[in-house]
Ligand binder design. Structure first.
Ligand code: AVJ
Length: 320
């Protein structure tokens, strides 16, 4: 059952995350406007992301689910039973049962910034795995997270699916891996989803679907800014753009100003010229050696890779 919901976010009197307010103010004040991707996931954004995972063009969720289904037994053999599973950015946690079914875990600790998603998915998981203690932690997993004291003595498995590590630039990704290496401790394991570099057409289609779901997901960031930070952004004047940046091996999502404009957010006035963008997400892709280097730089030694899916996607098991 759900033992205890730990909340480690800082909200102001209006219920607005103080880090969101600070990130938007700083991000809109830069020459190249940019807002960290984690703020895409309010209730509407989380629901739109779930819709994205069902799109024919968005292969990562299907590929990863497929790998978990096909190789669960091998993964379980390499991970071993009795671990506390700590999932970073658990979201709706739809893939988690495939892992938990296979490995006989001692506890489950989903970590997510979205409190409502976390509450719902933790309740679902607890109902599905009677006897498994569940400790939801509402927190930003890129910051220092306090784990429940009850799992302190248990061996840990970090579970970081979805290729969410791709949202971070290399320096931040390495910091995150090192911090979680320290938090999970000696003898821990990490099962991480990595999206591979592949042809440009497959990549751009996955992030710019013809049904416009990804466009709605991107533009919802502006809705959230208007609602939570008293913004007056004319959202209809922004276009969704997804581009493959080959030099940096990443898909970038931008919100493109379709005309010259000005708007106010959180009492601050901003101007944008036609064609200027707000950079709203990076999704880095990694070749096999890139992923291995990233993990090693973060203090993790790769043990096994399951990556026989097409379009290419990998689940990598590493040890602390
Ligand atoms: C949830 C971060 C893995 O980068 O592929 C999907 C988010 N953005 N479509 C990704 C996303 C646009 C997704 N992650």
């Amino acid at each position: 059952g759900v033992v205890r919901h730990l909340r480690q976010v800082d909200a102001d009197a209006a219920g607005v995350d103080t880090a969101f307010r600070a990130d938007v103010r700083a991000g809109l004040s830069q020459a190249q406007k940019a807002i960290p991707a984690r703020w895409l996931y309010d209730a509407t954004g989380s629901a739109l992301f779930e819709d994205i995972t069902a799109l024919p063009e968005y292969y990562p969720t299907r590929s990863e689910t497929d790998l978990l289904k096909r190789h669960a037994a091998a993964m379980a053999a390499a991970i071993g039973p009795g671990r506390a599973v700590v999932e970073l950015g658990s979201g709706s946690a739809t893939k988690t049962p495939l892992l938990l079914d296979a490995i006989a875990p001692a506890a489950y600790v989903p970590v997510d910034l979205s409190g409502t998603m976390l509450r719902d998915s933790a309740a679902d998981l607890a109902a599905r795995f009677p006897g498994l203690p569940v400790y939801p932690v509402e927190a930003d997993f890129t910051q220092r997270v306090l784990l429940p004291r009850e799992i302190a003595a248990l061996p840990k498995l970090g579970f970081f699916p979805g290729s969410t590590i791709g949202n971070m630039v290399a320096a931040s990704a390495v910091d995150l891996l090192r911090n979680w290496r320290a938090a999970l401790g000696d003898g821990s394991r990490l099962l991480i989803g990595i999206d591979r570099i592949k042809d440009r057409a497959t990549l751009t289609a996955a992030y710019d679907d013809p049904a416009g779901v990804t466009a709605a997901f991107n533009r919802n960031l502006l809705e959230r800014i208007n609602r939570e930070l008293e913004g007056d952004i004319a959202i209809e004047n922004f276009l969704h753009r997804a581009v493959w940046n080959d030099a940096q091996a990443r898909i970038e999502m931008h919100l493109v100003a379709a005309c010259d404009m000005a708007f106010t957010v959180d009492g601050q006035r901003y101007r944008m010229a036609k064609g200027e963008t707000i950079h709203s997400e990076n999704s880095h892709k990694y070749g096999p050696r890139d992923a291995s280097l990233l993990l090693r730089a973060g203090g993790w030694t790769p043990l096994a890779t399951w990556d026989d899916a097409d379009p290419a996607f990998a689940l990598i098991l590493a040890e602390a």
